[in-house]
Write a protein that binds this ligand. Structure first.
Ligand code: ZN
Length: 699
């Protein structure tokens, strides 16, 4: 590692190796040996035996005045060994999970609901939690100071979080703080009272920010060159759920880390989570490093693991633009998943130079609208292995979560490299580098955001949007006219039509070229649509009139637009008022991929195009300095579970105006043949296992 910048801005290979099953007699020379064998350069070190129902005053395995039982001092034993081996030590610190035997002694620390009941049952029947606004915070800060009396290199806060979703917190400390902040009593917990709810949500998030701000200041005073981060919010997680708004917490952490590689089942059943996580974290980290935590755990059966190819895929996805984190447990013994960690971390160590200071070169942006996540009715709350957070599918007609992942899957199927953007990036002028913006039912948009997007399209950008995009303001209040009416070239009647059962879409003859990529004449209609009328836009296709039976010969077009194409300044908007991407996520209507692919072909040139076998392959592209392009291919064909289906004879076209000097396949560990063309280079890749990284050097 070079010394010119903070150590955590170098490529990290983080290992969370949990030895707590043998904490009383474990030999930490074995621990260091394992870390070296797995090529880790950072460890999450567990200084307390949290396996006994959470953190408590009787489970600390380091010296602190808070301890009531004197155990072994494993921090003192392990730190010198790890440092001698060149490994950084991050103290894992639990701030959200405590056994009742401990917290019951401190009723003024409890997170409680309006009716006075305590929040409990986080992972079982004998645990509970605390509130950050109570005097518990002083106990936590003492703990932090005591941890940093050791030569640790940083800390990971696993919580605290807030519990608004579970009806808390209405403790006396919260009530007093709320009164001070808003000059009124805390309102009742009721999601239907919008203004009250927004105040409760903001109070919850700001209370959490206050805690992490104060903790950060304490640590940085003791050790300025330490790396601090917390277990952050996931893709699609509303900030009111547990108060973790990632953007708002970034000033108080040095890296954004979250559990985007915790799969809770087979990887092939949730193929897009890890990629989406990395791309969102990279944006939200705003220039700081990010990390995707990957667990080999198969669902709740923590000691049964994913297969070796599954681990390789997850870690490859996590490392291209971020820092991978892998979890392990001593009790699991040798597992194929651990061999996968050793393999990928060994690869990353060997090729570390290719992973330093890279930046995405994608020209397609997929919008993860946080205002929609926070304020739209149609949101599936994702499952998360934190304090018993449950998945909650939405019952509303329009759904942001499914629309987002629907468009993501279409881009992945088209092998389009893309980034994920949010409001803060767009409102900071961040769209300028993109040729295409996709808005998946981004219903809640501020006036300012709509102006940024209008200017982006007017200046030559392309936008694809669907269903209720910009129909509500950023707080979720319905507008009289949609925010992007001028850009889309439509006026909305603010009415939903549907459900359609078996209707089709009719292409307008004058716009047949927009649909030239279709392999079939009939296009299934999305189940619902917003009723709109074109103003300046051209209707390229319409919904059919409702069919009274799916066995019929009476196909008639209606006047309800399915696709409106609008020139706006120098750019073009493609607005589909139907639940297009949501229906793709639910039904995988393949011609929807062809429609999006056709628009992409018409409007933009991709930096990388991959052809060859029909494998499902994720394509990402990054730049390093001025003369190197890096292309990562991740093979999603994991249905056989213990093996990946190898892809043979791929052709990769990389667009560049510079002269290509060499192409190296880092995973195959060899130089590849390439042929130059007018606008770039075509590379032949003989075979693709789980992943490959191509380094294209130009002169
Ligand atoms: Zn409270």
């Amino acid at each position: 590692m070079s010394t010119s910048k903070p150590w955590w801005k170098q490529p990290l290979r983080i290992l969370d190796y949990n030895y707590l099953i043998q904490v009383d007699n474990y030999d930490f020379r074995e621990y260091v040996k394992t870390c070296k064998e797995l090529h880790a350069n950072v460890v999450h070190f567990h200084p307390a035996d949290g396996n006994r129902g959470g953190w408590s005053e009787d489970v600390f395995y380091f010296r602190t005045g808070l301890a009531t039982v004197q155990h072994r001092d494993i921090l003192a034993e392990a730190i010198p060994l790890l440092h001698e081996a060149g490994i950084k030590v991050i103290a894992y610190t639990c701030g959200h999970w405590f056994p009742k035997r401990f917290i019951d002694k401190h009723p003024d620390w409890w997170a409680i609901r309006q009716d006075g009941s305590q929040v409990e049952h986080l992972y079982g029947d004998d645990d509970t939690t605390t509130c950050v606004n109570t005097p518990w915070r002083d106990w936590a800060f003492t703990l932090v100071e005591d941890l940093f009396s050791y030569d640790i290199d940083g800390m990971l806060w696993d919580g605290p979080i807030m519990f608004l979703d579970r009806g808390a917190c209405y403790c006396e400390s919260c009530k007093a703080k709320f009164r001070q902040q808003y000059a009124r009593d805390m309102p009742a917990w009721n999601r239907d009272e919008k203004e009250d709810w927004q105040q409760l949500a903001e109070f919850s998030s700001s209370s959490l920010r206050d805690f992490y701000r104060d903790s950060y200041e304490i640590v940085k005073k003791i050790k300025p060159d330490s790396c601090i981060y917390l277990n952050a919010g996931n893709v699609g997680e509303p900030s009111w759920l547990v108060g973790r708004g990632n953007r708002g917490l970034m000033p108080y952490q040095d890296m954004l880390m979250s559990e985007g590689g915790f799969m809770y089942g087979r990887v092939s059943d949730n193929m897009f989570k890890t990629t989406a996580s990395l791309k969102l974290y990279e944006t939200q980290a705003g220039g700081k490093p990010c990390s995707v935590a990957v667990s080999p755990a198969f669902g709740s059966w923590r000691s049964h693991h994913l297969s070796k190819p599954e681990m390789r895929v997850l870690l490859a996805e996590s490392s291209f633009g971020g820092n991978p984190y892998a979890a392990m447990w001593l009790e699991s013994g040798i597992s194929p998943a651990y061999e996968g960690i050793a393999d990928v971390y060994g690869f990353l160590e060997k090729n570390e130079a290719y992973y330093e200071d890279t930046r995405s070169a994608a020209n397609v942006a997929l919008f993860h609208s946080l205002n929609t996540v926070d304020n739209y009715t149609g949101l599936d709350v994702p499952y998360c292995d934190l304090s018993g957070m449950k998945a909650k599918p939405a019952e509303a007609i329009g759904n942001f979560t499914r629309s987002f992942h629907g468009f993501q899957e279409m881009l992945e199927r088209l092998r389009v490299p893309f980034n994920i953007v949010d409001e803060e990036l767009i409102e900071g002028g961040g769209l300028a580098k993109y040729d295409l913006l996709i808005m998946p039912n981004c219903a809640c948009t501020s006036d300012a955001l709509c102006k940024w997007i209008g200017d982006y399209v007017a200046n030559g950008g392309t936008v694809i949007a669907d269903f209720e995009t910009s129909h509500l303001d950023d707080k979720g209040v319905r507008r009289n006219e949609i925010g992007l009416a001028d850009v889309f070239g439509v006026s909305s009647h603010n009415e939903t039509y549907g459900p359609r059962r078996w209707d089709f879409v009719h292409v307008c003859e004058s716009s047949a070229d927009v649909f030239s990529s279709l392999s079939q004449r009939f296009i299934p209609a999305p189940n619902y649509n917003m009723r709109v009328s074109a103003t300046t836009g051209e209707v390229a296709a319409v919904f059919g009139k409702p069919l009274i039976s799916n066995i019929t010969k009476d196909y008639q077009p209606s006047d309800e637009p399915f696709l409106v194409v609008n020139r706006h300044g120098s750019g073009t908007s493609y607005y589909i008022p139907g639940t297009f991407s949501q229906m793709f996520a639910e039904r995988h209507v393949h011609c929807f991929v062809e429609i999006v692919g056709g628009i992409i072909d018409r409007e933009i040139k991709l930096p990388v195009e991959v052809s060859g076998p029909p494998h499902f392959i994720n394509v990402s592209v990054r730049k390093q300095g001025d003369n190197r392009t890096l292309v990562q291919l991740v093979n999603y064909e994991l249905r056989p579970v213990t093996e990946v289906i190898r892809a043979l004879d791929l052709k990769i076209k990389v667009r560049t105006s510079a002269q290509v000097a060499s192409v190296r396949a880092l995973r195959l560990d060899k130089d590849l043949a390439f042929a130059c063309s007018d606008d770039g280079v075509v590379i032949s890749l003989p075979e693709l296992g789980e992943f490959e990284v191509l380094a294209i050097d130009t002169v």
